[in-house]
Design a protein. Sequence first.
Length: 299
Amino acid sequence: MTATLIDGKAFAALIREKVATHVARIKEAQGVTPGLAVVLVGDDPASEVYVRSKGKQTVEAGMNSFEHKLPVDTTQEALLELIETLNADPSVHGILVQLPLPSHLDESLVINAIDPAKDVDGFHISNVGLLATGQKSMVPCTPLGCVMMLRDQLGDLSGKDAVVIGRSNIVGKPMAQLLLRESCTVTIAHSRTKDLPEVVKRADIVVAAVGRANFVQGDWIKPGATVIDVGINRIPAPERGEGKSRLVGDVDFAAAKEVAGAITPVPGGVGPMTIACLLANTLTACCRAHGLAEPDGLT
Ligand SMILES: Nc1nc2c(c(=O)[nH]1)N[C@@H](CN(C=O)c1ccc(C(=O)N[C@@H](CCC(=O)O)C(=O)O)cc1)CN2
């Protein structure tokens, strides 16, 4: 059996189109333009690429992009001051601080300084609590993208057995909450889980978010299961030439695709959905701030 490939790149393009259409509508009808402020501290090359991409896609969707690049030795005080300013700025509907932050900065303190209504990453403790208690919140972008792809692939998710491998605050835990919201039966597995292959084998839905290249083996997958690979791991690829590398996920894709019913590739699966969902969250935050109707299917 060869699995259906879930094309995250194409799906993300559809989400961006939907966002752009709604943005054009509220600009025309209400004179409101959603604005996203992205804060980058330091010069991590991967973060610079993601931030550039966020700015470009924000503008392409018709929204305002405000980029704040701060030096690596920025103090906590200066960063908190910038966040205060952005919190108070009515043209900014979404604020995102690119992670990881340099090690001298306290990530939790910084994230929790963002106005929860503008927290388009959904990482603020208030949004975490709202999501966990089934209330309206801002939802973290990567898990939101995963659930959108699952709904598109499977329709109603209720009653499905889902395993999330990984318990990070950014992906694993919110992913589990979102699957619960969809009425799945959810297991969160992690490094101490006993008989992980057996646990995974029971699942109709497998979400791999462990950050270990090719960790999930093909023979762990239940035939016909849907596999969402959140991992982005760069590994050496000497076959491409000296010093070359390539991206792989947390799932052994070649083996898993022979067993699964559907699977996301890496690259081109979950990754592109992250930024598309950031645009969707920015639009949602703007609509909420102005008391406007929220677009369907983006939360
Ligand atoms: N504040 C945040 N920081 C970080 C987040 C986040 O959601 N909020 N997520 C990641 C990085 N990230 C966005 O910020 C991100 C990662 C990957 C992709 C993506 O499209 N990946 C491509 C491959 C890209 C490549 O070739 O290197 C793919 O998987 O196809 C987009 C966004 C950490 N920080």
